[in-house]
Every structure is written in C-alpha cells, then in structure tokens.
Design a protein around this ligand. Sequence first.
Ligand code: ATP
Ligand code: MG
Length: 772
Amino acid sequence: MNSYLDSLNDAQKQAVLQKDGPMIIIAGAGSGKTRVLTYRIAHLMKQGVDSFNILSLTFTNKAAKEMKKRIASVVGDGEAKNLWMGTFHSVFARILRSEADKLGFPSNFTIYDTQDSVRLISAIIKEMGLDKERYKPKQILGRISSFKNSLVTVRAYFNSADMQEADMHASRPKVGEIYKEYVARCFKAGAMDFDDLLLRTNELLARFPETLAKYQNRFRYIMVDEYQDTNHSQYIIVRALADKFGNICVVGDDSQSIYSFRGANIQNILNFQKDYPDVKTFKLEQNYRSTSNIVNAANSIIAKNKTKLDKEVWTENGAGEAINVMRTISDGEEGRFVAQSIWENQMNNQLSLDSFCVLYRTNSQSRAIEDALRKKGIDYKIYGGISFYQRKEIKDILSYLRILINPNDEEALKRIINYPARGIGATTIDKLTIAANHYKKSIFDVLKYIDKIDLKINAGTKNKLQNFMNMMLRLQIESQTKNAFEIAEVVVKEAKFIKDLEKDGTPEAVSKVENIQELLNGIKDFITDKIEQGEDASLTSFLEDVALATDFDSEKKDDEPTVSLMTIHQSKGLEYLYVYVVGLEENLFPSAMSMSTRSELEEERRLFYVALTRAEKAAFLTYAQTRYRWGKLVDAEPSRFLEEIDDQYLHYLTPKAPEPAINRFVDKSIFEDAPKGIRFQKPIQRKKMERDVAQKKEIVVSSNLKKVSLVSPKMNLFDGDIIAGNIVEHNRFGTGTVLGVEGKGPDKKAEIQFATAGKKKLLLQFAKLKVI
Ligand code: ATP
Ligand code: MG
C-alpha cells in the first residue's frame, strides 16, 4: 500500500479511493476534509489520471498553494504544477482570458476592483441626474453584485416584476437602469469586475456548447473545498462542468458556513444531494487537529444551533488543557495579556511565533493587539488585511494631525487636500506645487496667500481652497488648547469623515467607521497613560509613537516567523497550536449588527465555532470589562457564547463574574458605632460588613458613605497611604504590586509592577488606584 494511504483512517481512505461519480463529504472541523481532497488528487494522479484533467477549487490561493506542495511531495513537483488549482475567481479569470473574444472582450481585459466599480457607478448616477443620497454608489454596487451572484442578468432583471418592485419599494426605481448602464460601460471599457468573473464564465458555458464541452472534457475530475460557502453562481458553474463525467467531489461543513452576507448559500449542500441522486456520501468523524477539550467545547457550542446537519465529531487526542477564559479590565489590558501569554508560551515551550494566532470579530480590534505585541517586540502579520496604522482612513486622519503639527508636511497635505472630496482637482494641486517651488515656500504657505498671487485658478476653486485653508487654520488654533484626543475628535467631525461613511452603510464603510473610532480610542488611551505617568501627552508625542509603529511594520521581514492576526472570517481552514479569540463581549461578538434574527445569530455562532476549532493545543478566550467607545470607557458584558460552552471544558484565569459594582450604597447606620481609624476599601456586601461589625473587627467608614467600599484593615482610600507591597488595581492596567512611592503632593508617584502592563511609575493624583 502506498505510504500516503497509510496516513489516513478508514473513512478517509474510502473517500480517497472512491474514484468516479459524484461524492460529498460533510464533516466537522479538523476531521481531514482538506487532507482527503489533497490525497485524493495525489491518488488520482498515481492512478494515471492526467494532472491537466483535474480541477480543484479552494477558498484562498494560500490553501491552493499548500495543497499543491503536499501533492508534490507524493507525485513530484513537475506533475503537481499542471493541476488546475486555485480560487473560483483565479481559475475562471484564467479561463476567461483565453475565451474572452467569444464574449466580445479583449483577452487582456481589465479586472476592476471595488474602487474602480464604485467610481464608475458614481459617474453613472451623476450623469443620470439621480440623487446621490438615495442612490448611494456602494449600496448600488452591492445590489448589482447580488444580482450577478444569483445570475440575474440585466435582461433577467427587467423580466422580473419582483426585483423591480423591490427597488421601487426602496424608492430606487432606477436601479435597473444603472445596472444596465454599468454593464454596458464595463463592456465598452473591456473590463470585468469580480462578480463578472463568475457571471461571464456562466455565460460562456451556457452560450457556447462547444466551449462547455471543451472544459467538461478537460476537467474530468472536479473537487471543491469549503463547499458550504459557495454562492449560486459558483454552484451553477461547477454543475455545468461536471455534467458530462459526473466526477465531482465536494467537501464542506455546514457548521462553518459564515459568508451568507456575501451570498453564500448553505442550500447548495442540500441541492447537491438532489442534483446527483446517486451521490456517495462520506462522513468523517474523527478530529485530528485539536485536544478533546477543544473538540467537545466546540461541539457544545454548535449544538445550540437549530439549523444544522447531524454529524459527530470526536477525537482520540488527549484532553489537553482546559480552554482558558480571561477577563481583563480593558481592551488595552486584553492586548497586553495576549502579548504576555504568547511570549510566555513561546519561551516555555520553545515554539516558533508561527504557532500563534489571534482572532477577532472586527478589523478595528487589531489596534490594541498590535500595540501590545509591538511594545513587547513580538513580530506579527495581519493575514488578509493591513496593519492598523496603514489603513487608508487612519492614514488620512493622521495626515490632518500631522499638518496641524507641521504645516509644511507636503505628503500629508497632498493626501487630504481633496479628501474627503471637496472639488480640488489634480491640476489645481499641480499649480500649487509649482508655485510653492517657485517661491521656495510650502504649499500651505501658498494657500495662505492664495489671494495675493495669481495662480490662474478660477474663482470657484479658489473659494474651495480658501474654505479648506480656513478649516485648517481653525483646527490649528484649536490644537493649541486641546489635547491630542480632543483635537482628533474635532478633526474627524470637521472633515466629515464619519458622516459620509455612515451614509454609505456597506460592510467596508462600517469597518472604516470602526477603525476611526478605534483610532480615537487609541489616542485617548495613549494620553491617559502619559498623563498618569507624568509624561508628554501632546499630539506630537502621539504622532511620534505612531511613526515608530509604522517603522516596526516596515522592519518586518517576509520570511521570518510571526504571530498571525486576522478576522475569524479569514481563518477558515487554518490551524494553529495556540489560538487567542479576543473580544468575547455582547454586541461585539455576537456583533450588534447580527443578532436581530435567529439566522444571523446562528451564523455568529458558527463563526465562533470556526474560531475555536482553529486551535490545536490551547485556546484562550478573552473579554474586557470595559472598552473605549468614542473615547469613553463603557462597560461591556461577557458574550453569551462563553455561557454556552459547557463549564467542564473551561478554566477561568480570572473569577467568572466581575467584582460587584463599587458604588454599592451602604446604610450609614451600620457604622455608627464603628471605632475610629477604620479604613474602607473594596466593595463589600452588607451582610459581610454587619458580620465584621459584630465581630468587632477593625472597620472604618469613609467620609463618603454613598460610595462606600469593602472594609479591610490593611487598606486605605487615600492615595497618600499607598505603600510598597500594596496590591492595587488600576482601571486600565489591571492589578499590580506597588514597588515604591516617591515625591510629595501632586508629584507623588508610585512605581508599580503590573501583571500584564509591566513596570510603570504613575502619578497618584491621576492614576485612581484602588488597593485590594
Ligand atoms: P476544516 O474544517 O477546519 O477545514 P478539515 O476537515 O479540512 O478542517 P484538515 O485541515 O484536513 O481538516 O485536517 C486537520 C488536521 O488533522 C491537519 O493537520 C491534518 O494534517 C490532520 N489529519 C487529518 N487526518 C489525519 C490522519 N488520518 N492522521 C493524522 N493526521 C491527520
Ligand atoms: Mg479544510
């Protein structure tokens, strides 16, 4: 027997050896679906199937690359190279290139990215004289994209009374016209957007029987990974191609269907069984990836979903450690906990950073994690995205802030002079640049004297420049009296960043708003830290910090091992020894935007299932008690998903429930007889206080009875009383030990060793420490 077959269990082997006919493997996470696909391809080739005759569709190009590598190790490099393997988009773009002329496209057709498409749609809306508020370009593009993914062509749209009515109902009767014009313009420009790559492939296969036959003959064996997340358009392509030989093998897990917002259709699994009545169904039940604690916990979560296919997942792997649950005081502490834990686990177990992964629900959460990793000097890479401070909307805002500090910062100025759009075009900027060079001044200076120099700029544009300049000068004045957070807040408001994005409403725009919000949170966090440490909290100092962060990004080498950071959506199919899932809080995960219907909530739960099942050895679930929102600390509640995991699989690194609220009202009468010199500390319940009083323990009442806290003889309420050895709690850094105290009055500082935040010297008047 071939050695690669020996590395499969019986069920897997059967699936690999099943050569012909339709087959489906529906199985839970980590049960070897992808492994079966990989070895199945290798086996087909070993059996003499020509590598050119095999098509394998994966969810990411990275997955395709990894599969190829594995296959190459069985059949050799040369043969593996010939496999048709990649994402739907990449494979069909390649096919369309060689068939483009049939559809009237040049073979070197352009592929429009989202930005190109939005620009084109904006132009069309403008030319048609439609209201941009009602016809928001990105929303219209989203609508068109959903048409295309369900194979609704322009003609089909105009033949469908229902579709037209839906748009009529949404007060957008012209959607069909825009769609028609958009398609015509793309065609004229020799361009296809992402959705066209699938739609046009469908058109090609439907309209040209000889072309269909050609590809049917070519792709005698077809395989699809992550089948649960294919959309209708992809489903039809696969069905058409497999129609002749019927050698189609799809694998997936309905419990991991997480892309319904992009049109993925879980029904495709059910349809498959209808389309191919002679389908052979395989079940894989043994999980090889994770410890039994992780497998069982994941099972207990997904059991809460009503819509799911029946399947078992079990493992022979040992129990492993329980899933760690960590409550932190703030998102900042959450980040530091993750960084510290990665560092310790890496050191203690002598691991590569590649073994670690941090998963979050929304992109903006990466900020706190990135900041913490960077401060600890741990390299990381954002998978399928870019580092926080490199994101466009963040760079834009930072550019405003940079100009306030240094008006001569030309790059920053050019970036934002027309962003958000205010009708200042490239020609005008060129004229300003030339004038600036001529007078040996900065563009900002030229703008200041725009009235006095003749730049051959028309009155309208001049007016726009002046408005821009006035805004910047106003901001500059404000920046002299406001702190970094306040001024950033004003910039965001004045430049109307959020307003435009909120109107937009697409997932990308929502993510941008979250990023901007997170930037403000970061600045707030930064200045609060600095003030407490008696350090420079100015805008300049913040920008310097960011510049260093950007430098850290550019220093990273591509081939060095790094911690992987990504959204859960990006993590499908991947595995890591250590997985940290952060932000397990209500309204964040499950997301506030996806919990109003059962089906939305079930998709969030599937996301959580995907997240947890990425872990091989250990999983950490973290949540913060408070999180900044628009620069204000707000309370967060632990995610319902934490409650849903059977307790036996969990290990709480912090007590399950937070301490009772500090502001507990206590009846003054209990303390009337209290001896003098009593000191108050943390919250206590009335009963315990009464008991202590009865036992004549040393108890003291604070002057402010309304905010009485737990009484403890050792402790004190007053900053002045903090002494070395005290254990203190800080509202962002968490708990720490006081190492020493120095200075007097307002300058009094305590040096504290925090559990996650390291050693810090804090000014007691700002730090609001609680002794515990
Ligand atoms: P997902 O649903 O997350 O995509 P999957 O079902 O595709 O998971 P794989 O990624 O193929 O699962 O396998 C999970 C892990 O288990 C991989 O590391 C794989 O190499 C290993 N594995 C699978 N089957 C076996 C086996 N029979 N013996 C040893 N290891 C195995
Ligand atoms: Mg897989």
